[in-house]
Design a protein around this ligand. Structure first.
Ligand SMILES: Nc1ncnc2c1ncn2[C@@H]1O[C@H](COP(=O)(O)OP(=O)(O)OP(=O)(O)O)[C@@H](O)[C@H]1O
Ligand SMILES: [Mg+2]
Length: 282
């Protein structure tokens, strides 16, 4: 922990400390990831502890979505290891991975709904494919999750008929149907107006509190990040440059974080780097 300690929210702090005494639900250990010549992650160590809402912040293209894809086992690290509880994701067979993925929910950046299937069909699909539940049981779960995201009665609606906010909520309900132990959110409020963003953030907070699920939330929207986080980590040029509670992040003197939080063009953030954005010729 490198952040400056402040004591504005001792209740959240105590809870966070208690959670961190338990083994992590998800963990990256010294993960390096290269795509060809491009180094995206250059020694990332990061853990999400039980019932945390760990928010990963960072500029576009820094590798936030990539971290979620590593946790789902869609990508494998070039070096280092990725864990879900005691299971090393990066060493699993495709069959084991499929099993583990049923315990991890993912809310995609663009909701990723099947366009020719209704809201109900979109939610029912994981249950039909991955469980032996009866149609009546599946209907009951779908109704329950639609109620949780306040979309009761929208089950016959087709994705193209949904607003952006509604799509995000359907994506969220679909991530919940398997009752996961970990939910990964990729930009849950991107593209939404500030009011609907706040509604979605509240929903994320309420759902995660109620179901006691652990979550990792990726965003580059700071209002959202500070609203939902119990802990935050900033990814910059392949590394976690700062992590801590929202209060600690606000009080940090790290120049990269200060510049990011102020949205300023002055600072180290726009300096040229061997990571990202540059082709080998640069
Ligand atoms: N499959 C891939 N092959 C090659 N490069 C990739 C691949 N996936 C991601 N990248 C590169 O890795 C970097 C990180 O991408 P990523 O999508 O994780 O960024 P991000 O932080 O989620 O950005 P944004 O905020 O814009 O969503 C980018 O430079 C991207 O071009
Ligand atoms: Mg992304």
């Amino acid at each position: 922990m490198t952040t400056t300690q402040t004591q504005q929210n001792p209740v959240r702090e105590t809870r966070s400390e208690k959670q961190r005494a338990l083994p992590p639900i998800a963990e990256l250990r010294d993960v390096r990831l290269r795509f060809g010549e491009k180094t995206v992650l250059d020694g990332v160590s990061l853990a999400a502890y039980p019932q945390e809402r760990l928010v990963i912040i960072g500029q576009s293209g820094m590798g936030k979505t990539t971290i979620l894809r590593l946790l789902l086992g869609i990508l494998a690290p070039t070096q280092g290891s990725v864990f879900f509880k005691q299971h090393e994701i990066s060493k699993m067979s495709p069959r084991e991975l499929q099993q583990i993925r049923t315990r991890i929910g993912m809310v995609y950046q663009d909701a990723a709904l099947l366009s020719s299937s209704s809201v109900r069909e979109n939610l029912a699909l994981p249950l039909q494919e991955l469980t032996d539940k009866s149609p009546a049981e599946i209907d009951k779960i779908v109704d329950e999750k639609l109620a949780l995201v306040e979309l009761t009665g929208e089950d016959d609606t087709m994705p193209f008929e949904l607003s952006g906010g509604m799509r995000k909520r359907v994506g969220l309900a679909r991530a919940l149907v398997m009752e996961p132990e970990l939910i990964l959110f990729d930009e849950p409020t991107q593209g939404l107006d500030p009011v609907i963003s706040a509604v979605i953030d509240e929903l994320v907070i309420n759902l995660t509190e109620r179901t006691k699920v652990t979550s990792i939330i990726v965003t580059h929207l700071m209002d959202s990040a500070f609203r939902v986080a119990t802990r935050m980590a900033m990814l910059h040029r392949g590394r976690i440059v700062e992590q801590g509670t929202p209060e600690q992040m606000r009080g940090s003197k790290n120049p990269v974080l200060v510049q990011f939080l102020n949205g300023s063009t002055e600072g180290p953030m726009l300096e040229r780097s061997k990571y990202h954005m540059l082709s080998p010729a640069d």
